[in-house]
Design a protein around this ligand. Structure first.
Ligand code: AMP
Ligand code: MG
Length: 487
């Protein structure tokens, strides 16, 4: 184990130094009575930090930016972005700060970032604060995504500040310490473009290449290759979301990373019953960010990235556009290949299974799930048992089990591999009712349900006797679920 203590935590200020135009030096607000609610010890060790030191008073203050290690320059980052399709030329971290970068034990550069650390010059009408429930929610969901093998920002810890925060009622304030491979977003490039700063745009692109997509740097046209690398990373990411039934909820261009990590867990949710139109966010009345729209929205956002990058592609605008269009064209193919390959695995079918045979099986089963409002996660997990000769659980999910039997006969003829299925169909996901239960208890001061849920979600693919309630669908009286942004 590393012996690095927080007192010697060395935070670089790479972004702050290299991108002054995008970085406003700023301090976190003082927390009146900080209390560490949760520390991700494994992640701390991965960052080369000693968990025991982070649990001390000094360490906790360091986690929320109330003690700044020597050499660090916390900054609020500026960016632009399309929110629900409408363009804002200036957004930026309204309640967040980049503390700096850490080199982890694998030699990778990671951002250490705060959410809920007080108003910044980008706060507009917001109070700059965050509350315990939503910060623990980001902790639960981001760590569950990581455990499922889906690229994501991570959660290092949540500290209650001791400051009450006004929402609908007064709620306990908190700061989340988040770790990301970077916070470069589509909106960062939009900001450089809207300000007509081609030099900044080029430096940002070079930074993104060296940090996230180094192969692009070796290409004949590195900036086109950068766009193509982001297109590929996002096609793969969104396919993975779709395969586990994840609805991000607020896919604005400022919430889409260049690295290909999932970011900004606000109004997100996992689907219970399979429903292509699933929307949970209270502000997404038009269903722009509905489950089935996510690939299209990702492509739309990538088009905004391409527009921002145009001046780097070619000095002749028409030729630049032609290059961008060609690169964007790859998204649909990459997405559909990733999704189809994932669906094949979910059904236990190897790469050698013929697409002509698999595609109708996939279409048919999704239609059955939609029609029967069948729980997406439970169904796919139960198919593993069906492949082993015990179809009862899967059958019982349909009002007319005969429709399942007819489908299963065709599927079983392809000899599915149950072990392959168990490796990709999670037993445990952050089910909405369990998350709400854990957050409700935590807000009232009892962290035990939160801790138990986090522990269960750390091993999503291995079924454990006694943990049935964590695998069960929501009780019928849970009702329709609503999630909220910026809380
Ligand atoms: P989000 O949808 O969470 O990514 O937030 C969108 C924008 O609103 C970002 O620029 C945030 O920094 C800002 N924001 C959200 N909540 C607050 C708040 N309570 N105070 C200040 N800014 C906020
Ligand atoms: Mg955001």
């Amino acid at each position: 184990m590393s012996t690095t203590t927080p007192a010697t935590l060395s935070l670089d200020g790479l972004f702050a130094r290299e991108f002054e135009e995008l970085a406003v030096p700023w301090q976190a607000e003082e927390a009146p009575a900080p209390e560490l609610l949760v520390l991700n010890e494994a992640l701390a060790r991965e960052l080369g930090l000693d968990p025991a030191s982070l649990q001390t008073t000094e360490g906790t203050l360091m986690l929320i930016g109330n003690r700044i290690p020597e050499g660090a320059t916390p900054v609020a980052q500026a960016y632009a972005g399309h929110q629900f399709g409408g363009y804002s030329p200036l957004l930026g971290d309204g309640r967040a700060l980049l503390l700096g970068e850490v080199t982890d034990v694998h030699g990778r550069l990671r951002d250490v970032h705060l959410k809920g650390s007080g108003r910044t010059p980008f706060a507009r009408a917001g109070d700059g604060l965050a509350v315990v429930g939503p910060m623990l929610r980001e902790y639960i969901v981001s760590e569950a995504m990581h455990a499922m093998g889906i690229p994501t920002t991570r959660s290092l810890g949540v500290v209650a500040t001791g400051r009450p925060v006004r929402r609908d009622t007064m709620l306990p304030g908190a700061v989340l310490t988040r770790v990301a491979s970077s916070h470069l977003r589509v909106g960062s490039f939009q900001f450089a473009r809207v300000n007509g700063d081609t030099d900044l745009l080029r430096r940002l692109a070079d930074h993104a290449i060296s940090r996230h997509h180094p192969d692009a740097g070796k290409a004949d046209q590195p900036y086109i290759a950068l766009l193509e690398a982001v297109v590929a990373a996002q096609a793969s990411l969104v396919a993975q979301w779709m395969l586990v039934g994840f609805v991000h909820g607020v896919m604005n261009t400022d919430n889409m990373t260049i690295s290909g990590e999932t970011i900004d867990y606000g109004p997100c949710a996992f689907m219970d019953a399979f429903n292509p139109g699933a929307v949970y966010s209270s502000i997404d009345a038009g269903g722009r960010y509905a489950y089935a729209n996510q690939p299209l929205i990702a492509e739309w956002n990538l088009t905004r990235l391409a527009e921002a990058l145009l001046p780097l592609f070619h000095e002749d605008q028409e030729q630049a556009v032609a290059l961008a269009v060609e690169s964007l064209g790859a998204f649909r193919k990459l997405y559909s290949e990733a999704w189809s390959a994932g669906m094949k695995s979910k059904l236990g079918l190897g790469a050698d299974a013929k697409d002509d045979a698999v595609a109708p099986l996939v279409n048919d089963v999704l239609a059955l799930l939609e029609e029967g409002k069948v729980d997406y996660t439970s169904f796919f997990r139960s198919l593993g048992s069906a492949a082993r000769g015990t179809p009862e659980t899967a059958r019982s999910m349909f009002a007319d089990p005969g429709v399942f039997d007819a489908w299963a006969e065709k599927w079983l003829a392809l000899a599915p591999d149950a072990d392959m299925m168990d490796r990709v169909n999670p037993v445990y996901i952050p089910r909405n009712h369990l998350v709400e239960e854990a957050l409700g208890a935590a807000t009232a001061g009892d962290l035990d349900p939160f801790r138990r849920l986090v522990d269960v979600l750390a091993h999503p693919y291995t079924e454990h006797p006694g943990l049935e309630r964590y695998a069960d669908p929501a009780p019928v009286d849970f009702g329709s679920y609503r999630t909220f942004c910026g809380t």
